[in-house]
Design a binder for this molecule. Structure first.
Ligand code: SR1
Ligand code: MG
Length: 418
């Protein structure tokens, strides 16, 4: 897989990265020749080395260097991965930056020998998943992510691009090994017995029942087929709340190394599904019923709002630009409805994998008390199942929220916990 790896490639460390940064001419956009630099390795994801580099005299002069390792960091050398994914990520970021600079970090350069790129350090932002788990609301998120989704999905699709450009883009973003991770971890392994499903034992009865449900596996297989065959737009491919850096004013989408030409619903569903995972986590993270209801109203309101922003901006950047003879209103309306159904079905798969499979989410797996964790996980699984089964009956985003909020956990809330 990594046969063609550059002979000059070597993984950096916090010391060697400094000399490398100093000799890159592009870094004069951030650092001065006489700057003393320091670096930290801050990667907490599953796949890469991530170095934060800054000038000691002024920590605001800072960059992130992200370097691909030839194996999966989460499990070590036994799982090789193509380092070329760094090119995919850097190119996807550049396209997203051209489309939505307010919500994409700037890339300074990509190095095809070291399989790394330098980008803007979002040092005044936090990972959204962390903030949401602490009950922090982000009032502008729906507006920001709705715009990001409309532009990055709509404007990389056949609806806007000419026939040749679109096909060239598909070729540029062929990403088989990272897609295979998703095919396995999102659509395959959660639905069978495997040692790579590290759910906790208390959840086992529900997981076994889910895996035994052939009607569910039929629906999941349809979603997997869609993921593998529908080259609709340049999707981010991993747009969970851990790929979003945020504060009260700004939102940035990071980490598009899984980018490829796939169904728009995969990104839409990732955002919605991850907000619903957080919704499920607050079943136990926020024991006070009023506070819980308030935060959940924020989460569900955000889902509704982001969808309306998405459709509004999609109208502006896509439908208002197309030939209405070839794409009449009836087609446009049906297209948006199919996106809603895809978002529900694909988002459901993304929820269930985070509960059952490898690479869970801290919203739920970070809940220390095992009974509490089981309650939250159970609710997330039930929301996922309801959404995938009900997806084609949905007419509006409000319907989707209604289906999700009607769900309960299988495990009862114990009387002594209120
Ligand atoms: C084995 S990599 C595990 C997960 O991390 C990434 O964020 C993707 O979601 C992938 O499935
Ligand atoms: Mg990632």
């Amino acid at each position: 897989m990594n046969d063609e790896i550059s002979p000059n490639y070597r993984p950096f460390d916090p010391v060697s990265i400094l000399d490398y940064v100093k000799q890159r001419p592009e870094m004069s956009a951030v650092f001065r020749p006489d700057d003393e630099l320091v670096a930290d390795e801050v990667g907490d994801g599953n796949l890469n080395l991530v170095f934060k580099v800054w000038a000691t005299a002024d920590p605001e002069r800072t960059v992130i260097i992200k370097q691909a390792l030839p194996y999966l960091r989460l499990v070590g050398g036994d799982w090789p991965l193509p380092v070329e994914r760094a090119r995919i990520e850097a190119e996807a970021l550049k396209i997203e930056y051209d489309l939505v600079p307010a919500h994409t970090p700037k890339v300074y350069f990509y190095d095809p020998e070291m399989y790394l790129f330098a980008m803007q350090n979002l040092n005044h932002h936090v990972i959204m998943r962390k903030g949401l788990s602490e009950g922090i609301k982000y009032p502008h998120f729906a507006e920001h992510i709705g715009l990001f989704l409309a532009k990055t999905l709509g404007m990389t699709s056949d609806l806007v691009l000419d026939y040749r450009t679109k096909k060239e883009m598909v070729k540029r973003f062929i990403n088989p090994e990272l897609c295979k991770i998703t095919e396995d971890l999102v659509f395959t392994e959660p639905y069978r017995k495997t040692e790579r499903n590290p759910y906790h034992i208390e959840l086992e009865p529900q997981v076994l029942a889910l895996q035994a449900d052939e009607t569910l596996r039929v629906e999941v297989a349809q979603m997997k087929e869609k993921f593998m065959t529908q080259a609709q737009a340049l999707v981010h491919g991993d747009l969970h709340t851990g790929s979003i850096m945020i504060n009260q004013q700004e939102t940035y989408v990071i980490d598009p190394e899984f980018a490829f030409y796939g169904p728009m619903g995969f990104d839409l569903g990732a955002v919605i599904g991850n907000l619903l995972l957080n919704y499920a986590a607050h079943e136990v993270r926020t024991p006070d019923p009023d506070k819980r209801a308030d935060f959940r109203a924020y989460l569900t309101g955000t889902i509704i709002d982001l969808w309306h922003v998405f459709t509004r901006e999609f109208q502006r950047y896509v439908w208002d630009q197309v030939d209405p003879v070839n794409m009449p209103k009836g087609y446009q309306d049906n297209y948006m409805l199919r996106l809603l159904h895809d978002a529900a079905g694909l988002g459901a798969c993304k929820m269930m994998r985070r509960v059952i499979g490898l690479a869970g989410v801290s919203d739920i797996r970070g809940i220390e008390d095992v009974h509490d964790r089981t309650v939250a996980a159970s609710l997330a699984l039930n929301i996922g199942q309801a959404l995938i089964f009900e997806r084609e009956s949905l007419r509006t985003i409000e319907d989707l929220v209604e289906v999700a909020t009607a769900c309960e956990p299988v495990v009862p809330w114990p009387a002594d916990k209120g």
